[in-house]
Design a protein around this ligand. Structure first.
Ligand code: NAD
Length: 371
């Protein structure tokens, strides 16, 4: 029997299980009947993921008597829109979706965010099962109940908090994922260690190669499960994003600015977060929060993560400018998630925006020196 990890996640309205393991897709019908999910089952996916894994899921469901409908959305972040959500809703209604049915999201974070949003508004809420297929969507997008689509004014501006009835994470699906997407997911696990659990951070670093190559199945299952557990602890304590949940933004203030300036196609979210964590660690050390020893350890771990992009085009002035436009800036003072030690994060007000440029220069130098 392959390794399997089962987490029970509590939320304000109840509880659901997250199952991490291998060979789960072929048994999806068993897991659906465990939660007494009824059909019809609307599978929301995209072409790439459906080609790879749609058939095995449909076979399992249809053999157990479930009626299935598959709705595909076009590939890419630019299709995570209200217009796409409406098209999915229209297709589901036209194909006989009912209030008592179940929606399965099968794909990366774009699909789980959009599909989760559709499930939350269609008939005022339909039973939802996430089957995330990227490392990032397993450890981040599918945990915490945030769903959403983008608006022309910004990312994820339209959305809801909506909890699934079940999350199935089959690590076998990660074998078809590209290296940069695996690194991107690794970055979010690294972040959870950096802000909540130093021992886990060290475990991730010691096992980095196997995790990024996708070859260490047992380590992968253990790491994904623990990352989800850590995120779920934070979310359970603070379900509607008040204070504690903000520490999940470690590395993201600058990460978002880097994504905006380089363009979403040029940099993966997790790659930007790696750079953002370096800058946030540097700032933590500069303002006297993080000891030199911890900072040097963190910096050493971060520069070893393989990045699939050149930092030549990273312009410190442009990043500073983009950070000024970020919602966390007030009166030229930044709200920043800083580390007080490895495994401990807090939100700090009053970080001068002018320090951003210096932080970006420091990170460019670090990656140049490491080359
Ligand atoms: N809701 C949340 O809390 C939350 C948290 C983090 C990120 N997100 C969202 O997640 C999205 C990013 O997610 P992502 O990084 O998974 O990107 P993605 O969904 O765009 O997937 C990346 C690429 O991998 C492909 N893919 C997916 N699974 C595959 C597989 N097993 N094998 C081969 N290819 C596969 C996809 O088709 C896509 O081309 C963003 O929209 C972000 O806003 C949401």
């Amino acid at each position: 029997m392959a390794d399997l990890s089962r987490l029970s996640i509590n939320h304000q309205l109840g509880q659901y299980d997250m199952i991490v393991g291998q060979d789960l897709l072929a048994r999806v019908a068993e897991y659906l009947s465990e939660i007494k999910a009824s059909g019809p089952v609307g599978i929301i996916s995209n072409n790439t993921v459906n080609e790879l894994y749609g058939a095995v899921i449909r076979d399992s469901l249809q053999s157990a008597g479930y009626v299935t409908r598959t709705i595909l959305i076009p590939e890419g972040e630019e299709y995570k829109t209200l217009a796409s959500a409406e098209q999915v809703i229209s297709a589901l209604i036209a194909q006989g979706m009912q209030r008592s049915g179940t929606i399965i999201t099968l794909g990366g974070g774009v699909v789980t965010d959009l599909g989760g949003f559709v499930a939350s508004v269609l008939f005022r809420g339909v039973n939802l099962v996430h089957i995330p297929t990227t490392l990032l969507s397993m450890v981040d997008a599918a945990v915490g109940g945030k769903t959403g689509v983008n608006h022309t004014s910004g990312k994820n501006l339209i959305g809801s908090f909506y909890q699934p009835a079940l999350v199935l994470m089959d690590v076998d699906t990660l074998k078809s994922l590209g290296t940069r997407d695996r690194v991107s997911g690794y970055a979010e696990m690294f972040k959870m260690g950096a802000i909540r659990d130093k021992e886990y951070l060290e475990y991730l670093v010691a096992n980095m190669d196997g995790l990024i190559e996708g070859t260490a199945d047992t380590v992968l299952i253990k790491s994904i499960a623990h990352s989800c557990e850590l995120k779920a602890e934070v979310v359970e304590a603070d379900e509607k994003e008040a204070d504690l949940r903000r520490i999940l933004n470690f590395g993201h203030t600058l990460g978002h600015a880097i994504e905006t300036t380089l363009g979403y196609g040029a940099v993966r979210h997790g790659e930007a977060v790696i750079l953002g964590m370096y800058a946030a660690g540097w700032l933590s050390n500069q303002v006297g929060e993080l000891s030199n020893d911890d900072w040097e350890a963190l910096a050493g771990m971060l520069v070893k993560i393989p990045l699939g992009l050149s930092l030549e085009n990273l312009n410190p002035e442009n990043i500073e400018q983009a950070t000024r436009l970020d919602k966390k800036v007030a009166d030229s003072q930044l709200y920043f998630v800083l580390l007080s030690e490895l495994g401990q994060a807090h939100m700090q007000a009053g970080v001068p925006v002018l320090m951003i440029k210096l932080a970006v220069e420091a990170l460019k130098k670090a990656w140049r020196d490491d080359a």
